[in-house]
Design a protein around this ligand. Structure first.
Ligand code: ATP
Length: 237
């Protein structure tokens, strides 16, 4: 298993937001995490990637216990976090954003080869390498944020709402790129999405979160057939 979370509890001040989560993601697998606003999806990603310390539970990355480690250390061990709203460095060029992504890479990687792979995956970035990242469209910034994460050659990537605010065609490109990374790099992906239809197109499995707990899980096919999931998240269709 690439990522294993057991009994994860996390809080802001005294407010507990995650109440003992369990999940696993294998290499070459995309696990979608869906659920209503405020369910704790972002908090889950922040806790897994070390931005927030868990109160209880464990997180293991490729068999190694990373519970309680800081974000930089966890990144260096092979987990990349693509945050909500992308958070590229707007005044740096596209190319410099990519180069910075290699910063946390473990030893033995190849920056030039990885950059070429990212540009193959997102050809639009190629003729924009010298542009300031802040000048890119939202979709291009999402591609850059994903490309930057890949520069570290991670084993696990966690993504927070990559489709947010993007046109359907661009969402399709992002989803296709994720599927490619899963298959070509055997990447383990934890994908938080409000856009359930998009997430279900690419996910191998999904969990539904509600108020800090996982309330149901299954394949996208199984969950799409679940009346409660349909009523709550798929507009009753
Ligand atoms: P959304 O899709 O709206 O981002 P989410 O499922 O990602 O929702 P979280 O952002 O993880 O949910 O928030 C879970 C709960 O924790 C919410 O009740 C939220 O108000 C609270 N919360 C989030 N961030 C903080 C913070 N920095 N300080 C205090 N409470 C917070």
């Amino acid at each position: 298993m690439s990522l294993v979370v057991t009994g994860l509890r996390a809080s802001y001040e005294r407010l507990e937001v995650l109440h003992g989560l369990e999940l696993q993601v294998e290499p070459g697998e995309i696990l979608a995490v869906v659920g209503a606003n405020g369910a704790g999806k972002t908090t889950l990603l922040r806790t897994v990637s070390g931005l927030l310390r868990p109160q209880a539970g464990t997180v293991t990355l490729s068999g190694r216990d990373i519970t309680g480690m800081g974000a930089e250390q966890i990144a260096g061990l092979g987990l990349a976090h693509v945050p909500e709203n992308r958070l590229v460095f707007p005044s740096l060029t596209v190319e410099d954003n990519l180069t910075l992504g290699a910063w946390t890479r473990r030893k033995g990687g190849n920056t030039a080869a990885m950059k070429a792979e990212v540009l193959d995956l997102f050809p639009r970035l190629t003729d924009r390498l010298r542009l300031q990242a802040g000048a890119l469209s939202g979709g291009e910034q999402q591609m850059l944020a994903m490309g930057r994460a890949m520069m570290a050659e991670p084993e696990v990537v966690v993504l927070d709402e990559p489709s947010l605010g993007l046109a359907p065609r661009v969402v399709g490109e992002i989803i296709t790129a994720l599927a490619h990374l899963r298959d070509a790099r055997q990447l383990a992906v934890l994908l938080v999405e409000q856009n359930i239809r998009a997430a279900f197109k690419v996910a191998d499995r999904a969990v539904v979160m509600d108020r800090g707990e996982i309330v149901t899980e299954g394949t996208p096919q199984e969950l799409s057939a679940d009346e409660r999931v349909q009523a709550a998240y798929l507009g009753g269709t």
